[in-house]
Ligand binder design. Structure first.
Ligand SMILES: C[S@@+](CC[C@H](N)C(=O)[O-])C[C@H]1O[C@@H](n2cnc3c(N)ncnc32)[C@H](O)[C@@H]1O
Length: 236
């Protein structure tokens, strides 16, 4: 449990709790709510949920609030690794909500051997583009999934029909040297089919209002060069 005060924590997620606690993290609260509606497009009642790269845990706690029977939050980079984050925010919200979300500090690539088993719903949100080997990362996330995998990621190359990924120079994307790869949608579809998913749906992310999927007719050379965020639902 965290003995930290909210003002002593560097927050990524934002929270508005019933007890009046308001936390303004890097990710805006209204975007998180819109994302949650897009991620949790199917009822969670009775389901087991794994949130890979949970950080402050907004989507883990939201899955619990929406009726999931068991929620497991995992992280490594920002809980105990090289990232600037910590687990203090997760622990503080966990205590405030009297949450039953289970937390495990484990790297995505170590999840299949972790003994946690498979989950009905696996969330792989905002992690893909941070991995040096995102193909292996997504494959390991897929191994944890019995039914429904939700991937949220930076995507690129919207005009390219061949499966392809764009590589960024250190700190080129958002000034963050931990951003490496942005795939296009055909690359995500190919990976997910290869990993055993039979139904795949790609959506524009609410975090990218000018998303090419939402505005196909307006694709220009400059929009080809930009990056945008996408949500991919995949079912076994
Ligand atoms: C942009 S944040 C996304 C947080 C949250 N999932 C969301 O979508 O709002 C990226 C997350 O990926 C995590 N991450 C990066 N590399 C990881 C790895 N190898 N294993 C597990 N988590 C990792 C970071 O620690 C961080 O929590």
């Amino acid at each position: 449990m965290s003995g930290m005060r909210t003002e002593d924590i560097k927050w990524f997620h934002s929270f508005e709790l019933a007890d009046g606690t308001k936390i303004n993290g890097i990710k805006p609260y209204d975007v998180q709510l819109q994302e949650a509606d897009a991620f949790f497009s199917e009822p969670l009642d009775g389901k087991s949920v794994l949130d890979i790269g949970s950080w402050d845990g907004f989507f883990s706690f939201e899955a619990e609030r929406r009726g999931a029977a068991r929620v497991v939050a995992t992280d490594n980079f920002c809980w105990s690794g090289e990232g600037w984050g910590s687990k203090d925010g997760f622990d503080l919200i966990h205590t405030k909500l009297q949450s039953k979300v289970e937390a495990f500090d484990v790297d995505v690539n170590d999840l299949p051997a972790s003994g946690l088993g498979q989950f009905d719903v696996v969330l792989f949100l905002g992690v893909f583009y941070h991995l040096k080997d995102p193909y292996a990362g997504l494959e390991n996330a897929a191994k944890m999934c019995a039914d429904h995998l939700v991937v949220e990621t930076v995507t690129a190359l919207p005009r390219e029909k061949l499966p392809a990924m764009r590589l960024f120079a250190p700190a080129e994307l958002g000034g963050d040297p931990t951003n490496f790869w942005a795939p296009n949608i055909p690359a995500l579809e190919l990976m997910l089919r290869t990993f055993g998913f039979s139904r795949i749906e790609a959506l524009a992310s609410p975090a990218s209002p000018a998303h090419p999927l939402a505005r196909k007719s307006m694709l220009t050379r400059s929009s080809q060069e930009t990056v945008y965020r996408s949500i991919i639902h995949a079912w076994r």
